[in-house]
Design a protein around this ligand. Sequence first.
Ligand code: SF4
Ligand code: SF4
Length: 400
Amino acid sequence: MDPKLINDCVHCGFCLPTCPTYALWGEEMDSPRGRIHLMKQHVEGTPITPEMAGHFDACLGCMACVTACPSGVRYDRLIELTRVEVERQHVREPQDRAVRGIVFSLFPYPRRLRLLRPTMWLAERMAPFLARANPSLGAMAALAPRVEHRQRLPRLVRARGERRATVGMLLGCVQREFFPQVNAATARVLALEGCDVVVPPEQGCCGALSVHSGRDAQARRLASRTVRAFERAGVETVVVNAAGCGSSMKEYAELLGHEPPFRVADLSEYLAELGPVAKRHPLPLTVAYHDACHLAHAQGVRAQPRELLSAIPELELREIPESAICCGSAGTYNLLQPGAARDLGDRKAAAVGTTGAELLVSANPGCTMQIAAAVRRAGGRIRVAHTAEVMDASLRGVTL
Ligand code: SF4
Ligand code: SF4
């Protein structure tokens, strides 16, 4: 690791109030500044101890500290490189190893996830029993979504009306198998706004989960395959509707050591840039918009989804207090660190509750599942949707 990245930190502590783990536990070593201090010790020769690994594992990778830091510290890069070291040097407990083994041999592989689809209805009921055996397995089962019918997108979705652009579209792994309606809505919205949407069938996982977990070799392999798929498709822009995938793909140059032959844009970022042509039909709804960390902090995309939602007639947008604090979902965090994730989910659900909104919208199904589960735990209910689904309903003039 480049010590300069570490030395950029001037220990000012401006990042501390935005760090979810520091907010939970008030421990310096569970703050960005404390973790950077541990990284420095390691770079100066201290081997990674189980205690150090615990502090690094507890980091959500939410990047709120990157937004807050006035000195431009690249904590995102620092924690990614540190996680690679943790995976190389730290010997995990057998249970932790087993759970990680399940997570990383399952989630980046859409075909394996597909095999789980028929069992999803059972998962929520099994959650209390699994939780007794292992909290991570319990969390995995409790968060299992009710899956919709599989909707296979064609290789090309043609623009409606005059074609204004051609874009590629990433399907994602969890998105493709468990939230196919979000991908279908994304393709329809892009087509209604005048885009030919190219969906290369050979695309797989983008590598986001692996890169965020220090699984360097797996991340590179998956990223290279994704680059090849979209390179063959010949598109200049790849539109992504999952915040974690988008943020990783925007960093392919750092991961692979060369620029990919396309640029990556989040759906809301791309639509805002393209400008509207399709008519917006009214949606009389109160909506709380949740900033997914990998969209707001990692990609700096905050204004565009709010602009898109606010432009829908009769839709009332409400802000969630403490919007910069992570909901605890954070990729696989709610599976690997279920206790902290649960506490953060409860905190976020309470904040969402103060808005009185009837619909919770975000650009990341992981976040909405996590918050909806916390709302249910508190005895409430809230409907959830992806930004793409709200736009789709308004553009087509259907109810949500
Ligand atoms: S990434 Fe999030 S959890 Fe990790 S140190 Fe930064 S603010 Fe804290
Ligand atoms: S990471 Fe940035 S904000 Fe946090 S202590 Fe270091 S310099 Fe200050």
